[in-house]
Design a protein around this ligand. Structure first.
Ligand code: 2NL
Length: 339
């Protein structure tokens, strides 16, 4: 009986040690301690044991049962620990890592372009001026030699305010204010937001950006104008650009020009972008009209100057090949995140 007991005990311990899952362990428990288990069977044989040995055998039987139970328990605990360790490894989070922080933003493409052009002109001695976005009729039209019957003054073209003021239709009024404030000789640029009563489509917006510039000095010529415009263009397009001037009419300049640039797409032979002409219209410019100088408090007998108007929004469309002007103010993050 004692020998059998040792055998059952030893066999149970070996199986417990070899069990690799909780289910296997449970099988061992049933096989040994269950109703039909090997140890249970032995305890049913107690009656056959001689009376003198019964106490000793009973003791050993209980000891074996207890020892198997605690072996089962210990092994079970090991499985639990292993499962916990695996989970801890898999779901590990390092709380000491620094937090990711807010996602960095980026500059709007028009802001980037404006800043580059500001840097260039600043380096050539130009002041960068700001002005109000609502203007009086004098600064927006009369001072610029734009006559009362000019179509730009029509309700169709300008956002008029109830008090007779308006949303500026160009940044030119800033330059009139600049002439009053800086006095000649002067060099200034005026970048900013302007407003026109347009019906909006892929190439028209009611709100867009301009950058105008002006230099007033003694005996300023068209040669000076061309020099500064070529410098501006090589800065923007990062290469030497061929230009040509065509006559163009603007009430605030005389003579006035349309400055064209050699088509950057085809380089001359003609393509869809330049409409087969080899040239792309880039900016209007000219020598400041004597009336405008006078309106700015400058004597046109003593001083003259050049001025130009750059459509910043249109330039950004050319530079980044953006086909739809509405993207700039549309608030579409998938568009904005590209910059
Ligand atoms: C445009 C306008 C031009 C100017 C703007 C200017 C301003 C003063 C005097 C003379 Cl105060 N000229 N500005 C000159 C030539 C062209 O263009 O609509 N550009 C996209």
């Amino acid at each position: 009986m004692l020998a059998k007991l040792e055998e059952v005990d030893a066999a149970a311990k070996v199986r417990i040690a070899r069990a690799s899952t909780a289910a296997e362990l449970e099988e061992v428990r049933i096989d040994v301690l269950g109703r039909k288990g090997t140890l249970t069977a032995l305890s049913k044989e107690m009656g056959k044991v001689a009376a003198g040995e019964r106490a000793e055998v009973g003791k050993r039987l209980n000891a074996a049962k207890q020892s198997i139970e605690s072996a089962l328990e210990a092994r079970q605990a090991k499985f639990g620990e292993a499962a916990l360790a695996a989970r801890l490894e898999a779901e590990w989070v390092d709380l000491t890592l620094p937090a990711p922080g807010p996602r960095p933003g980026s500059l709007h493409p028009i802001t980037t372009l404006q800043a580059e052009i500001e840097d260039l002109f600043t380096s050539m001695g130009f002041a960068v001026l700001d002005g109000p976005e609502t203007e009086g009729e004098w600064y927006n039209f009369d001072a610029l030699n734009i006559p009362p019957d000019h179509p730009a003054r029509d309700m169709q073209d300008t956002f008029w305010l109830k008090d007779g003021n308006l949303l500026r239709t160009h940044t030119s009024p800033v330059q009139v204010r600049g002439m009053e404030k800086l006095r000649p000789p002067l060099r200034m640029i005026a970048p900013g937001r302007v407003f026109r009563n347009e019906s909006v489509d892929a190439s028209h917006e009611h709100t867009f950006y301009q950058l105008e510039g002006m230099m007033v000095d003694r005996e300023v010529s068209v040669a000076h104008l061309i020099y500064f415009m070529k410098t501006l263009l090589s800065e923007i397009f990062h290469r030497e650009a061929a230009v040509r001037l065509r006559p163009g009419f603007f009430p605030f300049v005389e003579p006035g020009f349309e400055l064209d640039i050699r088509c950057l797409i085809c380089g001359g032979p003609g393509c869809a972008v330049c409409k087969q002409s080899g040239w792309v219209e880039l900016l209007p410019c000219g020598l400041v009209h004597p009336n405008v100088l006078r309106h700015g408090g400058i004597d046109p007998e003593q001083w003259n100057g050049f001025a130009f108007g750059l459509g910043l929004t249109r330039l950004a469309m050319m530079r980044y090949q953006i086909p739809d002007i509405r993207e700039f103010l549309g608030g579409n993050l998938r568009f904005l995140n590209q910059f």
